[in-house]
Design a protein around this ligand. Structure first.
Ligand code: IPE
Ligand code: IPE
Ligand code: MG
Length: 239
C-alpha cells in the first residue's frame, strides 16, 4: 500500500550512502561481489521511487576515493558493474529524460568509461525534471582541495580578490556547483559516519541512518526515511 506523504515535506535532494553490500552477501553465504550486483539492481528501484515521490535530485555514493584500496579483484568486479550500469541502466535513464552527472575523479577510470561519462552528461544536460548525480571515485576532501586550487588560480588571475571569497564562490568551485544542497542524507547498513561524502554540501542536511543493508533497502524503506524527514523541524534551508 502506498503511504501518503505531503508534497511539501518531500526533500528536494536526497543523498544516499549505499552501504552494506558485502555484509548482505556474507549473510546469505554469497561472495561480496554478489552483494555489489544486487546493490546495483536496487539503484533502479530506488531512483524510480524517489522520482515518483517528487524528489528532484538524488546523489548516490557508489564508490569512494578510498575504495580503490580494496582488493584488486573486488575493484575489478566493481568496474565491470559500473561499466554495465553506464551502458544499460544509464541508457534507460536517458530514455526517461533524466539528467545524469558524475562527481569524483573520473581520470582514474579506464578511458572508455570516462568517455561514456562525458557523453552521458552532454546528452542529458538539458533534462530538468529529475537529476541523478553518481559519486564515483569521489572524496569530499579531494573535491574541496580541487575547489581551493580553482579559487587560488582565480585570485592569481585577478578574477576576484581574497576578500570576495564567500560561500557562493566556494559553492561554485565544487563539483556539485549549481545543484541545491542535499536536504536528507540516508546511510544504510548501520554505520553512522559520512565516510568523506559531500562534507561542505551537507552542513545542514538531516541525517538518517538505517540498519538495513543497501540491497534490501526498498521503496517502503525510502518512504519511511522521507516521512522521518518530514517530521523533523528544519532550521536552515538551501542556498
Ligand atoms: C558498499 O558496500 C558498496 C561500496 C562501497 C562499493 P560495502 O562493499 O561497503 O559493503 P560492507 O560495508 O562491506 O557490508
Ligand atoms: C562508503 O562506504 C562509500 C560507499 C558506500 C560508496 P564504505 O563501506 O567504503 O565506507 P567505510 O569504509 O565503512 O567508512
Ligand atoms: Mg561498507
Amino acid at each position: 500500500m502506498m503511504t501518503k506523504i505531503e508534497d511539501n515535506k518531500v526533500p528536494e535532494h536526497i543523498a544516499i550512502i549505499m552501504d552494506g553490500n558485502g555484509r548482505w552477501a556474507a549473510e546469505k553465504g554469497l561472495i561480496r561481489t554478489e552483494g555489489h550486483k544486487a546493490g546495483a539492481e536496487n539503484v533502479r528501484v530506488i531512483l524510480d521511487h524517489a522520482k515518483s515521490r517528487g524528489v528532484k535530485y538524488v546523489t548516490l555514493y557508489a564508490f569512494s576515493s578510498e575504495n580503490w584500496s580494496r582488493p584488486k579483484e573486488e575493484v575489478k568486479v566493481l568496474m565491470d558493474i559500473f561499466r554495465k550500469y553506464m551502458k544499460e541502466d544509464v541508457a534507460e535513464l536517458q530514455k526517461k529524460k533524466i539528467r545524469v552527472s558524475f562527481i569524483g575523479d573520473r581520470t582514474r577510470f579506464p578511458e572508455d568509461m570516462q568517455e561514456r561519462m562525458n557523453e552521458v552528461e552532454r546528452e542529458t544536460a538539458e533534462f530538468d525534471s529529475f537529476h541523478v548525480i553518481l559519486a564515483l571515485s569521489y572524496g569530499a576532501r579531494d573535491d574541496m582541495i580541487a575547489a581551493i586550487k580553482r579559487i587560488a588560480m582565480d585570485v592569481i588571475d585577478r578574477q576576484y580578490m581574497i576578500s570576495n571569497i564567500d560561500e557562493n564562490v566556494v559553492h561554485n568551485a565544487l563539483s556539485t556547483h549549481g545543484i541545491p544542497y542535499p536536504d536528507l542524507v540516508i546511510r544504510t547498513s548501520g554505520e553512522q559516519r559520512l565516510s568523506n561524502f559531500l562534507l561542505w554540501e551537507i552542513a545542514y542536511a538531516e541525517l538518517y541512518f538505517t540498519p538495513i543493508y543497501w540491497p534490501d533497502f526498498n521503496e517502503q524503506d525510502l518512504d519511511i526515511a522521507i516521512e522521518a524527514y518530514g517530521r523533523r523541524e528544519r532550521r536552515f534551508g538551501n542556498v
